[in-house]
Write a new protein. Structure first.
Length: 217
């Protein structure tokens, strides 16, 4: 067997690192500077192949965001989006977490389960994030709307209706360690269904689990 040694010069290493950073920057969301859809997909595909560890994927989606945008404008809407991204960054700083921005008011959080943690620990963390956002988002309303606890917004038929203040829903998918027969398409489909159900759930949360060789919903 022939052994070939490759020696990289300092300039070559710098070039490789720079090209990698440029590639990552292209896939970042321009508003939040979080990884975008390409990096989210890469994370899911990579972690599905990691049989030794369990993961929890969470898809966050704001409730009543369109009505807020219609009344307060896109600049203030962007501030709400940035607010949530900063909460995610502050709460999930360790190497076991991955934060992504799908686009608009949709976010993704992937967490590798630690041996000393269980699903309920992560669920508590996600609930804490949602509660924190609900509280801090109130600062972005004027006092009149805040006091009422709703804003008036036109529905698709042009009728005025009361719209509650912004909150966030969470679609949570647990991936159990072991051999898996699911693909990234399966994960996307499940998260989409969970997202729809989380919108009508009383606590704005819907959970499911993928077990080795079995799929439940």
């Amino acid at each position: 067997m022939v052994s070939i040694k490759v020696i990289l010069t300092k300039n070559a290493v710098i070039k490789i690192i720079s090209e990698k950073k440029i590639g990552e920057a292209k896939n970042q969301n321009p508003l939040t500077r979080l990884p975008g859809n390409t990096q989210i997909s890469d994370f899911i595909e990579k972690t599905l192949l990691d049989k030794a560890n369990g993961y929890i994927y969470t898809y966050f989606d704001f409730n009543n965001f369109k009505s807020y945008n219609d009344k307060y404008g896109f600049k203030k809407g962007d501030k709400i989006i940035t607010l949530f991204s900063e909460i995610l960054k502050d709460e999930e700083k360790d190497e076991n977490s991955f934060i992504g921005h799908v686009g608009g008011d949709d976010f993704f959080l992937g967490i590798r389960q630690r041996p000393n943690k269980n699903f309920n620990d992560t669920l508590d963390k996600i609930t804490s994030i949602a509660d924190m956002f609900k509280t801090q988002a109130r600062d972005h309303y004027d006092q009149k709307d805040l006091k009422k606890g709703f804003i008036l917004s036109q529905d698709r038929s042009g009728q005025l209706r009361k719209v509650p203040l912004i909150t966030v829903s969470a679609a949570i998918l647990e991936i159990i360690p072991g051999e898996r027969n699911c693909t990234i398409e399966d994960v996307s489909d499940l998260l989409f269904k969970l997202k729809k159900n989380s919108k009508i759930a009383k606590d704005s949360t819907c959970c499911s689990t993928i077990l080795p060789y079995k799929q439940f919903f």
